[in-house]
Design a protein around this ligand. Sequence first.
Ligand code: CTP
Ligand code: MG
Length: 553
Amino acid sequence: QRHIVRLLSCPGTVAEDLRRDEQPSGSVETGFEDKIPRKRFSEMQNERREQAQRTVLIHCPEKISENKFLKYLSQHGPINNHFFYESFGLYAVVEFCRKESVGSLQNGTQTPNMAMETAIPFRSRFLSLKLKNQTSKQSCIQSSNQLPPSNRKLFELLCYAESIDDQLNTLLKEFQLTEENTKLRYLTCSLIEDIAAAYFPDCVVRPFGSSVNTFGKLGCDLDMFLDLDETRNLSTHKTSGNFLMEFQVKNVPSERIATQKILSVIGECLDHFGPGCVGVQKILNARCPLVRFSHQASGFQCDLTTNNKIALTSSELLYIYGALDSRVRALVFGIRCWARAHSLTSSIPGAWITNFSLTMMVIFFLQRRSPPILPTLDSLKTLADAEDKCIIEGNNCTFVHDLNRIKPSGNTETLELLLKEFFEYFGNFAFNKNSINIRQGREQNKPDSSPLYIQNPFETSLNISKNVSQSQLQKFVDLAQESAWILQQEDAHRPSVSSNQPWGLAAVLLPSVPNRGSLTKKKRKRSANERVKNLLESLKSNRTANFTETNEK
Ligand code: CTP
Ligand code: MG
C-alpha cells in the first residue's frame, strides 16, 4: 500500500530536504539503491531528531475526513508532512513546520474527564482526537504499512524474480524500514525524551542498533540510548578567573550503580506517567542495564539503556558499512532472513546467534573477498582526521565519519556469487580455532574456548557472540553447508521461472528436508538428535534468559 506523505507548502528547507531524500536519483532499475544514505550519521540523527520534535502522534477516530483533520490542525501552523497508520486503531503522525505549533496545539488540548477512573494529568505530544458529533461518512484514509510482508507474499515475489540478485534486492526492498517507519521510530524516542526530561532537562534519547544502522527490518525492536552528556558537561566552558563552580550531587560507588539508579527512576516514570508505555520491565542486573517496555501506539518493543555510548558508535560503524556498497545490505538482509527462517535467530535472548553477530559475519566475509568489498576497521581508522578522534572509556573508537573519503571497492562480484560463497565460506570455517575480527579483516586464534568468537570491534577483549552454544553453531554450519549445496545443484538444473517452484533464495529459505541432497543417514540422525538437544537448550535458555544477559561479560 502506498502511503500518503503530503508536503504542504512550507517556507524553509526541511520540506525540500525531505523531498530530495525521497526522490530517486540513481539507477532506475533498482530504485531502492537510492535509499543508501550518504549523509554523516550524526547529521542524519540530528536532522531526524529535530523533525521529530516538531511532530505529534494522534489517535484518531476510524471515520474521519482527512482534509478536515488537516485543516483543523493547520490552525496551529503549517504542516510539513503527515501520514496515517493502523495499530489497534488509526493513528496520525503529523509534522509541523515549526516547533511552536506543537505548543499551540497542546494549549488547545484538554486532559480527559473519566467517569470511573482518574487521569494522571501528563501533557505529552501523544494526543487523542474525539469527534463531537459522529459523522456517518465513510473514511477513505490510506494507511502506511508498518509490517513486513507475509511469508506467502515473500515466496511469491521471490519465485517471480528474474535472478538471485533480483531476489536479494526484492527481499531488501520489502523488509527495509520505510521512511514512515523511521519517522515513527524517531518520534517514539522523542516522546520518551520528553518524559526523561522531567528529571534531566538536557537529556537526549537517541535510537541506535538496527533502527538506524541501515540493517533494520520492519518490525525490529527499537533500541534507545539516554544520553546525559549534555547534563554532565553543560557548564564545562563557563569557568572564569580563579573560581570554579560545581553542582552539589549525590555520589555512588560506580558508573554501573549510577546507570542503574537513573534507569530505575526513568522506568518508574515511564510506568506511571508514560502514555502508551506498557509492560515496563527494569532489567538492571544485565551486563548492560536496560528498561524494556512496549510503546503501544507505535507497536515498538523498546529497550532503553544509558551509559552505552559504544553501542551508538558501533551503530554508526554499521551505518557506514551499509552505505558503502549496495550489495552489503542486500546480503545482510538475505542472511538474516535465512537465519530467521531456520530458527537460527530468535526474539528471545538465549544461546542463539543474534542478528548483530550475523551482520558482523557478513561484513567480515566481504572484507575477505578479493579485491575486498569492504575495508577493515583499521583502514577506516587510518582515514580518520583529528575531528574523528574518539576514545570511549579507554577504548579507541576512532574511524572516519565522512563517507566520501572512503574509496569504493573495485570488486564487481554478483550477489548470487556472494550468497553462495558466504555459505561455502562459513560452512567450512575453522570455528574451533579461529575468531572473526572486522578490525583487522582476518581470522585470528581464538583467545578462549567459546564456540563462536566474534571480537567486539571497540571493546576488543569482548566476544559479541559469547552466548552462542556449540550446538547452535553446529546448526548454523550444517545449514550453511546445506544451502551451499542447494545453490550448487540449482546451477546445474535451475527450475524454469514459470514452473512456480521455489528456487534460488526461496529454496534456501525453506525448512530443511532431511533426505534432501547428499546428507548421509548418519548426518540425518545427528540432525534429529540435535533438534531435541536444541529444544532442551532453548527451554533452558528461556528460563535463564536474564541470567545469560547478566553474565554476558
Ligand atoms: N550491541 C553490542 N554488543 C552486543 C550486542 C549489541 O555492541 N553484544 C549493540 C550493537 O550496536 C547493536 C545494538 O547494541 O546494533 C542493539 O542490539 P540488538 O538489538 O541486539 O541488535 P540490532 O543490531 O538492533 O538487531 P535487531 O534487529 O535484531 O534488534
Ligand atoms: Mg535491536
